[in-house]
Write a protein that binds this ligand. Structure first.
Ligand SMILES: Nc1ncnc2c1ncn2[C@@H]1O[C@H](C[S@+](CC[C@H]([NH3+])C(=O)[O-])CC(=O)[O-])[C@@H](O)[C@H]1O
Ligand SMILES: O=C(O)C(=O)Cc1ccccc1
Length: 241
């Protein structure tokens, strides 16, 4: 059973969005109704992880929230001696994530860590997933985080990166934002909820243009990068070392 997200349903003095216990409670409903293609993205990331997992390697789910990508990856891994390491810096998320994962049986070991991903070491990785997490990392720390991930990947390893992005110019950006707001409206969010949520995430979630993501990944050294999913201002990329 999922609990309906009504966090911004009443008029309020909006403060900066945080991943606290209140958000955890409604998170599956919130993300499903706010991110176009979320279910497709999560299941496809699992499928790609199954394809790129290597024997004796680690798979990382960075900014794991309730562990949706971890669960999806865990279902598809057939290689030997793989460990999934799920990391998030929200105590409330990590606690609930552990409960979620304990509810399903699997042969693949999972370690859930409460940590800041900008300080967490990435080693011997075949797959690194950042599913709508990089957008919350301060702009000036993104290059260093992605370089660290690149260094921690084995040859042939992949980064699976999903982001909300900014349109390339003012007019197309506002067009994509309008389409996304239509999507939220169609999913039952009111004008008040849409506008208060927009204010709440303004200072904490900074989308960059898609071109900036792709250039940075190739600058860092990824040999092949492609968008495999896009709907409005949401996309998912794969970058191969
Ligand atoms: N520095 C940080 N270190 C660790 N975690 C962080 C940091 N900054 C933010 N987070 C965490 O990144 C997650 C972002 S949500 C990811 C969805 C998930 N991947 C999913 O597939 O359901 C995306 C969204 O809500 O739009 C939250 O759980 C934060 O606590
Ligand atoms: O809700 C929105 O408007 C978004 O852009 C996506 C989102 C989803 C969950 C938490 C923060 C942002």
């Amino acid at each position: 059973m999922t609990i309906k997200d009504t966090i911004y349903a009443t008029s309020q003095a909006v403060s900066d969005f945080t991943f606290d216990a209140k958000v955890v409670e409604v998170f599956p409903d919130m993300i499903q109704r706010s991110v176009p293609g979320y279910a497709t993205i999560v299941s496809t990331m699992g499928k790609l992880a199954g394809q790129f997992a290597q024997n004796n390697s680690n798979l990382y789910d960075l900014g794991c929230s309730l562990g949706a990508v971890t669960l999806s990856m865990r279902r598809t891994i057939e290689k030997e001696n793989c460990t999934i390491i799920a990391v998030d810096n929200s105590t409330a998320m990590v606690e609930r994530c552990r409960l979620h994962l304990d509810g399903f049986r699997s042969q693949v070991p999972v370690e859930v860590r409460l940590a800041d991903i900008t300080e967490y070491s990435i080693e011997n990785a075949s797959v690194v997933a950042l599913n709508f997490t990089l957008q919350f990392i301060p702009l000036e720390q993104r290059h260093a985080l992605l370089s660290k991930i690149y260094q921690g990947l084995k040859p042939g390893g992949v980064l699976l990166l999903s982001e909300k992005f900014r349109g390339e110019n003012e007019q197309t950006d506002s067009l994509l934002i309008d389409l996304h707001h239509d999507f939220k409206r169609a999913n039952g969010y009111s004008e008040l909820e849409i506008s208060q949520k927009r204010t709440a995430i303004e200072n904490v979630m900074r989308p960059e243009p898609l071109s900036m993501h792709l250039h940075r990944l190739s600058d860092i050294g990824f040999s092949q990068t492609n968008v495999w999913y896009q709907c409005f201002n949401f996309c998912s990329m794969i970058a191969i070392k």
